[in-house]
Design a protein around this ligand. Structure first.
Ligand code: GAL
Length: 646
């Protein structure tokens, strides 16, 4: 595992640079990320570039054997640019331009912004093309699929729709615009979703295309930057750093144009008291690995107490700095870059803590980081080791967007069932891949496809084939509900999945925060929440029935033999024991070997390299754990990772 740090030389007096670089080298840091947000120092005046300070910093690190990842600074245009072209900011929902004062408020469609962004990117790329210390590029920072209401975005949206639908008549039909007299007679009538009313009041078909457009828009920008970097600084891999934000671009499309994934990983420092909570960041890590089905980077890793965007939180507990970095490695991150070397003494983020505090006196967290760097070096032989999974969970950005557009019922969100299934399989010590729904399913034994809400015919067909050929599919409620435009389909649910599931819903009850008991045949009782499909079987057998409400006795969970495979249908959203129960059944039937008695909050990932099998056993808890694994006693301190190699 290669360890890096995020460093902002422009925030510090130059007298600190050398001591910082020396300490990094001594500690085992192998990489720094530089120049993110530094546009005002790289181009202090229009067209006047100054790379001298950055050259000095790069040279300082290079001399100590520390590689550099540079960032395009486009998230923070300089003040002279805003003064000269005040219109480059993005425009809010109420039509007003965003005010200055924070970062990322430029519109990535604005041609004037793009002219300047291209120029600084190309200048940087050319300047560092021959510098071997620069080993890669990060585009911008945490590009979000913002909703921007500026005239350029509106124009681009209309052109995007015109390309997709050809005529307004086609678009009217696809969106069902006859409702509320919403039919357009010209493209110029199309506007983004202005106003203060909730998005759920808008036409869902119109909204889904708007989400898709905003995602593609930001991806256009990242592809544009990638092309410039590749042309002018060839041979260096290009990425952008992402996180699970409100407006996520479609990561699968975004990273199709980039060389590797990088993710900003900030696990919670306060453990939830509620045992039902799915808090392990393993889900996010598995999802990131699944975006390109390749090893990935953490570009920002938890290093200190969070704050500044919200009141300050507890610092990472003893063990977390090391444990969470190793957890990321276990799940496929081969480079982990800590955010940030030292806590800023200036600026809005001075309470988002780094490895070293304001005092510049290295303390407990730094010592743990230094210890982790040693462990990272010892794990060198596992760099790139394979994570082979028999279980996959499918993710879809259309479904993520559609659930945001039309919240289904109180407390129901798209990711929950994916996370619960992940937790259930991971709790059996199984590796789990979280992959885009368009991926091939070859090689998996069990595929979970929760909430296949917006129907994609190709994906549905692949799931049918997978089950018919002997695979196990776990389907859930809210599948087959919508067509590709986000209009409701005229079929009993789960629509296109009905034949493979062998069951259909005669009614559904969105129960919000209420709970309804669900009883399995063997007497196990769990709880349904948020949603209850009231099912009638076609060919499936009933595994569990509701034990309350007006639909008491109706099937809640079924299993169908389909071709040579099996299809489970979970007609509800359950508490965790519901998923634990079903996954145990599915794993047993699929004859996968698992570890049925891992203690709660202990995670196990298996990685294989040439001749080595390594088990990463992680205690994601603030209590020590002792247990037997394959006849061997294992003892783990809070947040300790034990790597057992065969
Ligand atoms: C990240 C961001 C960093 C920094 C950090 C702490 O989301 O990329 O630049 O702001 O959060 O707030």
């Amino acid at each position: 595992m290669r360890i890096g740090v995020d460093y902002y030389p422009e925030h510090w007096d130059r007298t600190l640079w050398t001591a910082d670089a020396d300490l990094m080298r001594e500690t085992g840091v192998k990489l720094v990320r530089l120049a993110e947000f530094a546009w005002c120092r790289l181009e202090p005046r229009d067209g006047a570039f100054d790379f001298a300070w950055l050259d000095e910093a790069v040279a300082l690190f290079a001399a100590r054997g520390i590689d550099v990842v540079l960032c395009t600074p486009t998230s923070c245009p300089p003040m002279w640019l805003y003064e000269k072209h005040p219109d480059i900011v993005h425009v809010e929902k109420d039509g007003t331009p965003t005010n200055l004062g924070i970062r990322s408020h430029r519109c990535v469609t604005n041609p004037t912004f793009l002219h300047y962004a291209d120029r600084i990117t190309i200048e940087m790329a050319k300047h560092y093309a021959d510098n071997p210390a620069v080993v890669g590029w990060q585009i911008d920072n945490e590009l979000e699929a913002y909703f921007c209401y500026c005239e350029h975005c509106i124009g681009k949206y209309r052109a995007w729709l015109q390309k997709k639908y050809g005529t307004v008549e086609n678009l009217n039909r696809a969106w069902g615009n006859v409702v509320w007299s919403g039919e357009y007679s010209s493209w110029t009538q199309i506007r983004p979703p202005y106003g203060s009313l909730p998005h759920a009041w808008q036409n869902p078909a119109y909204m889904l295309d708007f989400y898709r457009f905003c995602s593609e828009n930001v991806i256009d920008f990242s592809n544009r930057q990638a092309a410039q970097l590749r042309t002018h600084c060839p041979g260096r891999p290009v990425t952008t750093n992402v996180w699970f934000c409100e407006h996520m671009p479609d990561f699968y499309n975004q990273f199709a144009g980039l060389d590797f994934i990088s993710y900003d990983n900030y696990p919670a420092t306060r453990l939830p008291g509620d045992p039902e909570s799915c808090y392990s960041h393993a889900f996010h890590l598995d999802m990131m690995r699944g975006v390109k089905r390749q090893p990935f980077w953490i570009m920002e890793q938890l290093s200190g107490g969070k704050g500044c965007w919200a009141p300050m939180e507890k610092p990472p507990l003893p063990g977390m700095i090391k444990g969470y970095a190793l957890q990321a490695f276990a799940h496929g991150a081969d480079t982990v870059v800590h955010f940030r070397w030292r806590t800023a003494n200036i600026g809005a983020e001075m309470h988002w803590h780094g490895l070293i505090d304001h005092s510049n006196v290295p303390g407990r967290r730094f010592d743990e980081f230094a210890d982790m760097c040693k462990t990272a070096a010892e794990l060198e032989k596992l760099q790139g080791a394979e994570i082979k999974a028999d279980v996959a969970i499918l993710f879809s950005f259309d479904n993520e967007y559609a659930f945001k557009i039309q919240p289904q019922t109180d407390g129901y969100y798209y990711l929950e069932q994916l996370q619960r299934l992940h937790r259930a399989f991971a709790g059996l010590g199984l590796n789990v891949d979280i992959i885009g729904q368009h991926e091939k399913l070859d090689g998996f034994r069990i595929v979970c496809s929760p909430e296949m809400y917006v129907t994609d015919a190709g994906v549905a067909q692949r799931l049918h084939d997978f089950a018919a050929q002997g695979g196990t599919v776990i389907l859930t409620t809210r599948s087959g509900v919508k067509d590709e435009h986000n209009n409701a389909l005229m079929a009993q649910l789960p629509g296109t999945y009905r034949d493979m599931a062998g069951v259909h819903a005669v009614e559904y009850a969105p129960i919000g925060w209420e709970q309804v008991p669900v009883a399995f045949d063997d007497g196990t009782e769990v709880h349904a929440k948020q949603w209850c499909d009231i099912l009638e079987t076609d060919t499936a057998e009933v595994l569990a029935r509701y034990n309350g409400d007006y639909f008491r006795g109706a099937p809640a969970i079924t299993r169908n033999l389909y071709g040579s495979g099996r299809v489970y249908y979970i007609g509800t959203v359950g508490t965790q024991p519901l998923y634990d129960h079903i996954t145990r059944m599915a794993v047993k039937e699929a004859e996968l070997s698992c570890i049925p008695d891992l203690p709660p909050r202990v995670e196990l990932v298996t990685r294989t390299a040439k001749g080595v099998t390594a088990r990463f056993i992680f205690n994601n808890d603030d209590q020590p754990k002792s247990f037997m694994l394959d006849g061997q006693p294992i003892t783990l301190a809070p947040f300790e990772m034990n790597v057992v190699m065969d």
